[in-house]
Design a protein around this ligand. Structure first.
Ligand SMILES: [Zn+2]
Length: 304
């Protein structure tokens, strides 16, 4: 008796986005937007050599198809195969002139904001470029930060990096932001010592001193990181009562996490699948950190 061979199940693709907008053509047809009708319409027609996807429109209906061509060498080549990626019932066409369609996170954001119930979302965005995303499922990245200053710096920088990130899968940020005065209230004291006056924080009903001003020693609780504690020890010859706010040490959270640590000055570290950047991380370092997180948590993602 022949053994039964089981096909390995392929994980369903998600976050499908074209690698470059030039692979996407837009075409208006009169036929129905199902795979058979579209195959009859397109197979045999010539397509530009870089065309790999066609956004097909019929009135207000939209479908997304992938096409194969006889060759990619000549400038134009006949279409030899067609696959429906998202049919009219599950597809939306958005006109969003502010969205950079080369950025997967921006595509996923537009899809979530304007067509959350559709599998396929076509976006006509900035420069009138057209691209799409099928089955958006952005990677959730928790960003750990402490405020003030406002806006939360690491969170804000990460948002700015994502706004330009053509190379990353769609990512949605989950803020995990702790406030200094909240931390202070967790440890009642007559006086607090904060790392610097720059943040503009003072704690109600308590004296507030700032370590960067090297104040005269008095009883206080340090609301700060280990680096501040080391500076305290340097200044005053002893460690202080402390509430440690280092985002790296904050308990909880299991998924993709981006945190910063007071003790890292130039390096990025991977800590149990979480990425830790220096306190004063540059945008380039944050981009590198997000690339590491994507490789760890979405290893199979690549634009198609
Ligand atoms: Zn730290």
């Amino acid at each position: 008796m022949a053994a039964r061979v089981t096909e390995p199940t392929k994980a369903p693709l998600r976050n499908v986005t074209p690698s470059a907008y030039r692979g996407v053509a837009v075409s208006t047809v009169d036929c129905a937007l199902d795979e058979a009708s579209l195959s009859r319409h397109f197979i045999g027609l010539e397509a530009y050599r870089r065309t790999r996807f066609i956004v097909v429109r019929n009135g207000s209906d939209t479908a997304i198809v992938a096409v194969e061509k006889a060759s990619e060498d000549p400038l134009f080549s006949p279409i030899t195969g067609l696959r429906l990626l998202a049919g009219a019932a599950e597809c939306a066409y958005l006109v969003e002139p502010e969205v950079d369609t080369a950025v997967p996170t921006a595509l996923a954001q537009a899809a979530r904001n304007h067509a959350p119930d559709k599998r396929g979302v076509v976006v006509q965005g900035r420069y009138s470029h057209v691209s799409f995303i099928v089955d958006p499922a952005p990677l959730r990245v928790t960003v750990r930060e402490v405020v003030p200053p406002y806006p939360p710096k690491l969170l804000d920088q990460t948002r700015r990096v994502l706004g330009l990130a053509e190379h990353l899968p769609p990512i949605v940020l989950v803020p995990d932001v702790v406030e200094l005065d909240q931390l202070a209230r967790s440890r009642p004291s007559a006086g607090y010592l904060l790392p610097c006056r720059g943040g503009g924080v003072s704690i109600e009903d308590a004296t507030t001193d700032y370590l960067d001003e090297h104040p005269d020693r008095r009883p206080w609780t340090l609301i700060g990181c280990e680096r501040s504690q080391q500076i305290h020890e340097w200044f005053y010859g002893e460690r202080a009562e402390q509430v440690d706010f280092c985002p790296r040490k904050r308990p909880g959270g299991t998924g993709a996490t981006l945190a910063k640590c007071c003790l890292l000055e130039t390096r990025i570290e991977v800590d149990d699948a979480r990425v830790v950047v220096p306190w004063g991380a540059s945008l380039a370092q944050i981009s590198e950190a997000l690339t590491m997180l994507a490789a760890e948590w979405e290893p199979t993602w690549a634009p198609v």
